[in-house]
Design a protein around this ligand. Structure first.
Ligand SMILES: Nc1ncnc2c1ncn2[C@@H]1O[C@H](COP(=O)(O)OP(=O)(O)OP(=O)(O)O)[C@@H](O)[C@H]1O
Ligand SMILES: [Mg+2]
Length: 1258
């Protein structure tokens, strides 16, 4: 894209900025063609391109430039410089470029007059304008003022300071007489002792100063005061080849009269070690050159002649110094003493040392130097021997061994002695300088002072290839001043705009507080670390530097780094422990720490200190008595140079902060110190370092000129007719500003003052002070404006009154509202605590309700809790009544009541809760227990169920077994029946045969019986006797004797016989019933037992048969011992079972059973008949009938009522479904509370029922 070739300034490394035209725009950059062909075409960032405006036009105040930026600022300065206009403004800051030549009429008395009382901007910029502004500000604001003159070495600070002082003294010290002269005389004296030729400035001030000109309350000069800072002491002993020591040494050599020089043994610079290594030329003029003898000239002087400088002349300057010293009150003798001390320093410098060679390793004054030693001693008023001693040894107080506190002399090495000598020279000279300043101050009175204007002339930001402690201190000072500048100009300005409601956008500036902290912070700052290092037994700069890096490097701001980080190659060669790089607001400076420790400690060693204190010279004695005796304080308490400077600087800053401030920024145009030559880039760097560029941004949006309304009113009312005087200051200002027709953008009305855009205030001022004709027009316009504005105001007033009326009505309404509110408030305030208290207390009832709701849930202590709650409720009601009835009750009482009740309620609540919790816990435990029991029960049920299933399974199995057994039995029975039938047939035949034989036998026996009876009768009749016995009857009953159902059938008898035969062993027929019973119950002999049981049951059967035969028919059925079906079965003859009964010994049966005697009409009430057979005979028997008491019978107890038949006989085993399982029987038995079963042998004996006895023996 092509541009319309706009003219711009483009940053250039050598010239600062060059004019160019934009050729092409490329994103963040532009392609530009410099106008001057010697500069190449380039591509620049937009940050480096600035609009140019008209480059040929220059303005007094940079703020008036059409485009205000660093390029136009630089161009304006350069353009003007070329026209010998060395001053410009940036708002109220004066920029002064050193012309290095006299500009005609620049500082003439006429010029001074011209500037008097003229506001800034009215006349071309000038240092006088600043001086005048300070003066006027002091008057107007009744406040002391400071003028801070800053700039680098050779920029013209000291010269500017002098012009300011001259301006002030010329105009306002006329009546002050000698005071004025003394103030002005201070400069040559200070310069002689404190200035030196350096590579940058022939008259470089090697100290800083703050010169105050004091004014009375009538604004007349009444005195002055000088504070000085940081005299460069190293210069006293060494200088670089191009530089010189302090001027005073050369003044003495070149300008002192012959006698004085002889007395002081002063010759030429080449003769003094402290001078000869630097430049030894004198500053002379053509005339003064002639006044110097050949023996006063050094080699350089002779070879090159004198140095030339318009303001320096060593010959003339000595005279000036001499006179000035007199004027500040030094007597001839005092002056001589001063010169003697100066000379003594030179001679002292010539004292050299050599190794002594002894065992002590010390040194001695070399023989060639003895003369110098003697001269120096005499000039200092000390004994040469003592001086020698003090130089080659050091006094030490022993702290151990021998007598504590004993002073011992420690011999010094050559280099130690040399440094002791240098230290003495420095101490003597620097104290002399202090003394001179003190004397000047003493000569100028300052008691009548009301205000002062102080001018600060202190070196600006400095950086060399090698920077040491001095640069460190001065740059620290400049950091502080820069911060002050920022605060004053930028912060205050913006604060003021804000306060006055000007609505100007905020300007940002780089805050350098962190850098200041880095240097001066109490516990971590560089000064602190340095002082700590100095207190160590063997301080070492490497250790100090490392400590600085350790403590402060890596600081977030990266302000401090190792020398390697420097962009300068020379710095990068320094090792980490040899220095540090500090990024100041103006740029990074690499400090070489090599000399830091020595330079920070200006204390003399004890022997030298004592020596000079005892000096015979009053002056020398005075030099050392007033100042702090560092040595006496000891190493740990010494006050370092750094610390002293910090204190001085703090005091200075306090002063500056109290005062109004003006700034003069001096600029050095070139480094060759020549006129009419200006280097753009050098100037630009200085503008940046001085913070001027940052001010531009503010000014672009700001209003640098301002005046309070009242001030303008008093200032200008004289110019206007009296009728305008009565206007209030603000209306006055508004009237004139408005009537001037200034553009709205040129001024702003703040709350207390009017602000003007750059240059507009002077325009305003000029108009105001213009000729009467013009003034008349102004007055007319002011009056017209006033009429208009008054008319507007009256309309406005009328409207306002209407508005006011409405407002009053509205307010009335509001007042009522307010009153209501207030009254309400008051009443509420009075009673609120009460009803709030009641409300609060009543809320407790909710708690009670809550508790009430809880109580029913309680299981214990219910009544107690209820009672407590009722009590509480009564207390609450009581408290409410108390509060209600007592309007005077205090808030505390209410609170107490409330607190007590709350506590009670809480306690009750807590008790209830506890009870609930306890109860809950109990319930929970119960629940858990139940749950557990349920679980256990469930488990048990499950187990039982399983058992039941298992049992059922078992039962099924048993049933199956039982069925199988029954079937087997059935089969067996059938088989046996078949056998029986065959046997029966056989038996029948046998029986029939037997019967027949029996009958025959019977018949025969009957015959025989009858025969016998007849024989007996015959014998009786004939008294004869009968021969032989009657015939024997058979023991078993005859068949015929057994009749009906009850007679044992034949087969039974046979069986019994057979059984009897089988058990011949036990013939039980003779046993008694009870014996049988007992044997059954107790015997372990199974065979016998079984036999007994057979016999027992046989007898029972016989008994029952007998009983049945004899019983009445009607009762028979009731006495039935087993169902009829069983009894019937028994009638069927059968063969005895062969062998053991199949299956188990215990068998259980159940058959349905209807009690006979129940008529069919009543319905068949079917019952059950249960029997338990232990072996062949019944053991237990049970008869269950729905509406009858169950009959439970046991063998051994109830035998009479029980079934007497053997299992075989009952036929039960043959009955399908009759046999049941044991548990089925047992269940029914247990259900009807049957006693546990005891097997026969376990039954107690003798427990037969009475009935049983009836059958005994049968
Ligand atoms: N306004 C001036 N007119 C003519 N020459 C000047 C003016 N200001 C300064 N000079 C010349 O510049 C030289 C250096 O000025 P000055 O001593 O004031 O510098 P400085 O800023 O005080 O330097 P330093 O910091 O080294 O003391 C002066 O000796 C003088 O020759
Ligand atoms: Mg100076």
């Amino acid at each position: 894209m092509t541009m319309d070739k706009q003219l711009v300034w483009v940053r250039d490394p050598s010239e600062g900025f060059v004019l160019a035209r934009i050729h092409e725009l490329m994103g963040e950059e532009a392609d530009v063609f410099p106008l001057d062909n010697k500069h190449p075409r380039r591509v620049c960032s937009f940050d480096d391109i600035f609009p140019a405006g008209d480059p040929a036009k220059d303005v007094d105040d940079n703020c008036e430039l059409m485009f205000l930026n660093e390029a136009t600022l630089l161009n304006n300065i350069l353009t003007r410089y070329k026209k010998s206009k060395i001053y410009t403004y940036v708002a109220n800051i004066l920029l002064a470029v050193n012309p290095y030549e006299d500009i005609p009429d620049m500082y003439s008395p006429t010029t001074i007059k011209k500037y008097q009382g003229r506001s800034l901007g009215e006349l071309p910029p000038h240092v006088f304008a600043i001086a005048d502004k300070s003066f006027r500000d002091m008057k107007a604001l009744k406040q002391s003022q400071s003028i801070i003159v800053s700039g680098e070495s050779g920029a013209g600070k000291t010269e500017s300071t002098k012009y300011i002082l001259k301006y002030l003294c010329d105009l306002w010290a006329k009546g002050a007489g000698p005071v004025e002269q003394k103030i002005l005389d201070a400069n040559p004296i200070l310069e002689a002792f404190g200035n030196a030729k350096t590579t940058r400035n022939n008259n470089s001030s090697r100290f800083g100063k703050f010169m105050e000109v004091h004014f009375s309350n009538k604004y007349q000069v009444v005195g002055g005061h000088i504070s000085h800072y940081l005299l460069e002491k190293s210069r006293i002993c060494t200088q670089s080849a191009e530089e010189r020591n302090y001027h005073v040494f050369y003044l003495l050599c070149a300008g002192a009269p012959q006698e004085l020089r002889s007395a002081l043994k002063i010759t030429k610079p080449d003769d003094y070690l402290y001078l000869k290594n630097g430049c030894t030329q004198y500053f002379t003029s053509a005339q003064s050159e002639k006044k110097i003898n050949a023996n006063q000239k050094g080699k350089q002087q002779q070879a090159k002649g004198g140095l030339r400088d318009p303001i320096l002349d060593d010959v003339e300057d000595f005279q000036r110094l001499h006179q000035a010293l007199s004027r500040v009150g030094l007597s001839e003798a005092e002056k001589k003493s001063v010169y003697s001390v100066v000379a003594a320093v030179l001679h002292l410098g010539n004292v050299e040392f050599e190794e002594e060679g002894g065992a002590r390793g010390g040194c001695r004054v070399s023989p060639d130097s003895e003369a110098s030693l003697a001269t120096a001693a005499s000039l200092l008023g000390v004994d040469p021997g003592e001086l020698r001693m003090a130089l080659v040894s050091r006094l030490m107080q022993s702290s151990r061994g021998g007598m504590k506190g004993t002073a011992i002399m420690v011999p010094l090495k050559t280099y130690e002695a040399s440094s002791a000598r240098d230290a003495l020279a420095k101490a003597v000279y620097s104290r002399l300088f202090d003394y001179i300043v003190r004397r000047i101050n003493d000569s100028i009175p300052s008691s009548a002072s009301a205000y002062y204007i102080g001018v600060l002339d202190i070196a600006g930001f400095e950086y060399f290839q090698m920077n040491s402690f001095e640069q460190f201190c001065i740059n620290y000072c400049n950091e502080k001043l820069q911060q002050f500048f920022n605060e004053r100009i930028l912060k205050n300005e913006q604060e003021l705009y804000r306060r006055e409601g000007l609505n100007v956008p905020e300007i940002r500036f780089v805050d350098n507080q962190d850098c200041i902290d880095l240097i001066e912070s109490k516990n971590h700052g560089i000064f602190h670390i340095l002082d700590e290092e100095s207190k160590l037994p063997k301080p070492d700069y490497g250790h100090f530097t490392n400590a600085v890096h350790k403590e402060l490097s890596g600081n977030a701001s990266t302000r401090l780094q190792v020398p390697r980080a420097s962009r300068l190659k020379a710095h990068r060669t320094l090792r980490d422990h040899e220095g540090f790089l500090l990024r100041h607001f103006a740029g990074a400076v690499c400090y070489n720490t090599n000399q830091f420790i020595e330079k920070n400690n200006d204390a003399l060693h004890a022997s030298l200190e004592f020596l000079v204190q005892e000096s015979g010279s009053a002056l020398v004695q005075q030099l050392f008595e007033t100042v702090d005796n560092n040595n006496a304080k000891g190493k740990l308490n010494f006050i370092s140079v750094g610390a002293k400077f910090q204190t001085q600087l703090a005091q200075l800053m306090d002063k500056l902060k109290e005062n109004g401030t003006n700034f003069v920024r001096c600029i050095k145009p070139n480094s060759r110190m020549v006129g009419r030559e200006i280097e753009g880039s050098l100037v630009l760097t200085q503008l940046q370092c001085s913070g001027t560029i940052a001010v531009l941004a503010l000014m672009e949006h700001g209003f640098p000129s301002r005046a309070p309304f009242a001030e303008l009113h008093t200032m200008y009312k004289a110019y206007l007719p009296p009728k305008l005087h009565t206007l209030t200051p603000k209306v006055f200002c508004q009237a004139i500003v408005h009537s001037f027709g200034l553009s709205d953008k040129d001024y702003k009305f703040g709350v207390t003052r009017v602000f003007f855009r750059p240059g507009k205030y002077s325009e305003f001022d000029t108009i105001m002070k213009s000729d009467p004709e013009n003034l008349k027009a102004i007055v007319d316009s002011v009056l017209a404006w006033l009429v208009k504005s008054r008319w507007r105001r009256s309309i406005f007033s009328a409207l306002s009154i209407i508005k006011l009326k409405n407002k009053i009505l509205y307010r009335r309404q509001c007042l009522v509202t307010v009153q209501t509110a207030v009254r309400g408030y008051l009443v509420r305030r009075q009673h609120q605590p009460r009803y709030r208290g009641i409300a609060k207390i009543k809320t407790l009832e909710n708690n009670l309700k809550e508790m009430d709701s809880v109580i029913p849930q309680l299981k214990k202590e219910k009544d107690n809790a209820k009672r407590n709650i009722d009590n509480l409720r009564n207390s609450i009601r009581g408290a409410c009544t108390t509060i209600k009835t007592n309007p005077r009750i205090s808030r505390t009482d209410i609170d107490q009541l409330y607190t007590k009740l709350t506590k009670d309620v809480e306690m009750q609540m807590a008790a209830l809760q506890k009870a609930m919790v306890d109860q809950k816990n109990r319930e929970e435990q119960e629940r858990l227990r139940r749950l557990e029991a349920e679980m256990r029960a469930a488990e048990e049920a499950k187990r039982l169920e399983q058992e039941r299933i298992k049992q059922e399974e078992e039962h099924r199995r048993l049933k199956a077994e039982m069925e199988a057994r029954r079937k087997a039995e059935e089969a067996e029975r059938l088989r046996q029946e078949e056998q029986d039938r065959i046997a029966a047939v056989k038996l029948q035949q046998q029986m029939e045969q037997a019967a027949r034989a029996d009958q025959e036998n019977r018949d025969r026996l009957e015959q025989e019986r009858r025969d016998h009876e007849m024989a007996v009768r015959l014998a009786k009749e004939t008294n004869g006797h009968v021969e032989g016995s009657p015939p024997q009857l058979r023991s078993f009953p005859s068949m015929e004797s057994m009749n009906g159902e009850n007679k044992l059938n034949r087969s039974e008898r046979v069986r019994m016989q057979q059984a009897m035969q089988g058990k011949q062993k036990h013939d039980l027929s003779k046993w008694k019933y009870s014996e049988l019973r007992d044997t059954i119950n107790t015997s372990c002999d199974i065979e016998l037992l079984e036999a007994c049981r057979h016999e027992f049951h046989r007898r029972l059967k016989v008994y029952h048969a007998w009983k049945a035969k004899n019983a009445r028919k009607s009762t028979m059925a009731e006495q039935e011992r087993a169902p009829q079906s069983i009894m019937d079965a028994a009638k069927t003859p059968r063969l005895p079972q062969k062998g053991e009964i199949l299956g188990a010994r215990h068998r259980y049966f159940r058959i349905p059973f209807v009690r006979p005697g129940v008529s069919a009409g009543e319905g068949e009430r079917r019952g059950w008949w249960y029997a338990h057979f232990d072996g062949q005979y019944v053991a237990r028997q049970m008869e269950l009938h729905p509406d009858k008491t169950p009959v439970l019978l046991q063998a051994g107890v109830d035998d009479m009522q029980m079934c007497e038949l053997s299992l075989e006989e009952t036929g039960l085993t043959r009955k399908r479904g009759a046999e049941i399982l044991e548990h089925e029987f047992e269940r029914e038995w247990a259900r009807h509370h049957g006693p546990a079963y005891a097997p026969p042998h376990a039954r107690p004996s003798n427990h037969l029922s009475p009935n049983s006895k009836a059958i005994a023996g049968k």
